[in-house]
Ligand binder design. Structure first.
Ligand SMILES: Cc1cc2nc3c(=O)[nH]c(=O)nc-3n(C[C@H](O)[C@H](O)[C@H](O)COP(=O)(O)OP(=O)(O)OC[C@H]3O[C@@H](n4cnc5c(N)ncnc54)[C@H](O)[C@@H]3O)c2cc1C
Length: 657
């Protein structure tokens, strides 16, 4: 019965991915703008024409206690095996580093000296994905920005012996990711290694048979990353579909008793391996918790369950003239959005998830339920537990209820696009726009590669050049005035083809096209997978960071397309590569490393919005420092001493308390 939930979810994602972007007519309300209807028609064709079944038998206390004891002993044995395997992987490491010396060109990570180095040229068998005319590398040396950190990585933290050695096991997984020896999606296990029957019975007792799922296919679909290249070493042992917070409390208490890992599962749109289950365990699927519990129209807030999607929420809110302004991946859930501290194209105006959650409830590892705040717009009552949970990626607790701040749907909005000779020009216009204090609600930037991909996927005809997309909101007159101001700024930076769109359908289609850029990239290279980078720098450094990155990307044989939340200094490069091809995988990794280290040298971050998962763990120490990570680990240990909450994510295993 529950398979249908997974199927529905898959269908939703797929339909979003496969829908073609319809084009709509353009209407002009702003005759004093230098906007040409026929040019809009060219850009948007059609424009201008307008317009397991479980036996719930009784279990004796004694048999349960024995089973628990056996399970813990078996778990301890697995820990030792994992540790051995981890050490072995590190013993093997120098060989792999030598191998990478062969392929990797020089990258110097000090900000002053970062010449744009050409990437390696793949041999004829490696099927470069796009740029066959890549230049020969001038020099070939090893990429080694983090020797000191790597040294630490070879020494697992002794205090990991406490509780489950989860992060160590996962660390093996994260390291293997960087080696890209992937042979299949789920490499080893099928879960259920030695899960106690008494544990399963407790789950069934807490929920019901139908909502405790042991089906292999369903577990495999929850174990694999849906939207990322990350490798799955294991799949969950069991999936549970709770309907209430009370059921989650029971599930979590059982997991804590048996020291079984928990991975909350929202919309599964995260792209850094956040929902992977490297230690198997229980996947808590929130898709049956989608209720809107209370809408306070006058207070402009809403109380929702975590499984509700942002798109569903906005459909619900629309008749009330309200909306929730965070727009990550289509299909993302409010719980997952809190857990990843997501943002999206509107963050430049409304802030990120941390700015838009008033309060939340969460089940901690021991089964305690906390409510982090009341509904007041602001509060200075003690530690900010709300923001501690936001961005914790399921490692501190399971979010069961969220109170969100809402916004009024603007009276009017205009979307404008403009092309530029270079990515630097486009970035400079985004920066200048922000400096002018213009109230944009979106400033998105695409490089010419992404424009071409979107044109091909959508039948649009935008000039194949770096493109800025703006949205202005407010009253009609205000949106109009802001559009004119930005048009002038664009002209000063050699902007051309300034077009605007103001019908609802045109605007929706343009933003949908932008939101689904990742899927358009995958359609452009059907055999490839996407590594999506996520660096973010202080606004004034955006032009430098993106220009340096672009030089290196353009010299790479891989297809790399940039899309940026430029108003926030955040950009993603979708690197399309074949993870089975070691040279391509190394190259993708090299490009990612280059951008991260460039951003860090500019006081930026490795992740503006996608979060850490397993994918960005390797950069955490460089970005935040060991002491900060140690403090994170202490916090985690205080709340989750058995390390059952999404183990192996965010904090690298070498970090000791
Ligand atoms: C096409 C596309 C576009 C995207 N665009 C953006 C973008 O513009 N901005 C952006 O920020 N991100 C973007 N993303 C990434 C993704 O949509 C976000 O990270 C999103 O917030 C994840 O939400 P989710 O419900 O899918 O979480 P999931 O993927 O299900 O889970 C993410 C993490 O949250 C944890 N989690 C889930 N639910 C709970 C809960 N109830 N309690 C505790 N922990 C929980 C999981 O264990 C996991 O660690 C995009 C992704 C795609 C595929």
């Amino acid at each position: 019965m529950l398979l249908h939930v997974a199927i529905a979810r898959f269908k939703f994602s797929t339909s979003c991915a496969l829908q073609l972007y319809r084009t709509q007519p353009v209407t002009s309300g702003y005759e004093n703008l230098d906007l040409k209807r026929e040019e809009a028609a060219k850009a948007l064709p059609g424009a201008g024409a307008h317009e397991s079944p479980i036996n719930q038998s009784d279990i004796s206390e004694e048999s349960m206690a024995k089973e628990l004891q056996d399970y813990c002993a078996a778990a301890a044995g697995r820990e030792t095996a994992q540790l051995t395997s981890q050490i072995k992987s590190h013993v093997d490491e120098p060989k792999q580093e030598q191998a990478s010396q062969i392929n990797a060109p020089v990258v110097n990570y000090s900000e002053q000296e970062q010449p744009a180095q050409p990437g390696p040229v793949f041999d004829e068998h490696s099927k470069p994905l796009l740029q066959s005319d890549a230049a020969e590398p001038e020099q070939q040396r090893e990429v080694q920005p983090d020797d000191d950190l790597k040294q630490k990585h070879t020494q697992p933290c002794p205090d990991a012996a406490a509780g489950i050695l989860a992060s160590d096991r996962a660390f093996v997984s994260a390291e293997s990711e960087t080696q890209f020896k992937r042979a299949e999606f789920v490499r080893k296990g099928d879960g259920q290694q030695s899960l106690p029957q008494s544990f399963i019975k407790e789950l069934v007792h807490a929920l019901d048979e139908e909502r405790v799922v042991l089906d292999q296919d369903e577990r495999a679909s929850h174990g694999k990353p849906v939207h990322s290249y990350h490798i799955a070493d294991q799949i969950p042992d069991v999936i549970v579909y709770p309907k209430t917070q009370e059921e989650i409390v029971e599930v979590v208490k059982s997991c804590n008793k048996y020291k079984i890992p928990i991975v909350p599962y929202g919309g599964a749109t995260s792209i850094e391996g956040q929902t992977l289950t490297p230690l198997s365990g229980v996947s808590i699927d929130m898709s049956l918790m989608k209720a809107v519990k209370a809408l306070h129209i006058e207070d402009m807030d809403v109380v929702v369950e975590p499984g509700l999607g942002w798109i569903e929420l906005n459909e619900y809110l629309k008749p009330h003239g309200l909306f929730f302004p965070l727009d990550p991946g289509p299909g993302a859930s409010i719980g997952g959005m809190c857990a990843t501290r997501c943002s999206g194209s509107l963050a430049v105006r409304y802030g990120t998830m941390k700015d838009n959650v008033l309060s939340l409830k969460a089940v901690l590892a021991n089964g305690d339920v906390i409510k982090t705040a009341n509904r007041a717009r602001k509060s200075a009552a003690g530690y900010d537990m709300t923001r501690l949970m936001i961005g914790s990626e399921g490692t501190l607790g399971v979010i069961t209820e969220v109170t969100l701040r809402l916004q009024k749907i603007p009276e009017a909005s205009v979307v404008a696009v403009c092309s530029f000779p270079s990515i630097r020009d486009a970035a400079n216009v985004a920066i200048a726009t922000m400096h002018c204090g213009i109230q944009v609600s979106r400033v998105e930037m695409l490089d010419e590669v992404m424009v071409k991909i979107l044109n091909d996927a959508n039948g649009t005809n935008f000039k194949v050049a770096p493109l800025l997309m703006f949205e202005f909101i407010g009253t009609e007159a205000y949106a109009h005035e802001q559009t004119i101001r930005v048009q002038k700024i664009a002209q000063q930076h050699d902007g051309s083809g300034f077009l605007y769109f103001d019908t609802t359908e045109e605007k929706e289609n343009l933003w949908k096209m932008r939101k689904e850029a990742l899927w358009a990239c995958l359609a452009a290279a059907p055999d490839a997978e996407a590594m999506s980078t996520d660096v973010c720098v202080p606004l004034t450094r955006l032009a430098d960071c993106i220009t340096k990155s672009k030089e290196v990307l353009d010299a790479s044989p891989l297809m790399c397309a940039i899309v940026s939340h430029a108003g926030d200094g955040n950009f993603h490069t979708v690197i399309l590569f074949d993870p089975l091809n070691e040279e391509q995988a190394n190259e993708a990794n090299r490009l990612n490393d280059f951008m991260v280290h460039t951003a860090l040298s500019m006081e930026g971050t490795c992740t503006g919005e996608h979060g850490v998962g397993t994918g960005k763990m390797k950069y955490m120490e460089k970005e935040l420092g060991y002491e900060t990570l140690k403090t994170m680990k202490k916090l985690k240990h205080a709340l989750d001493p058995n390390n059952i909450m999404n183990p192996g994510k965010i904090i690298p295993s070498h970090v000791c308390m």
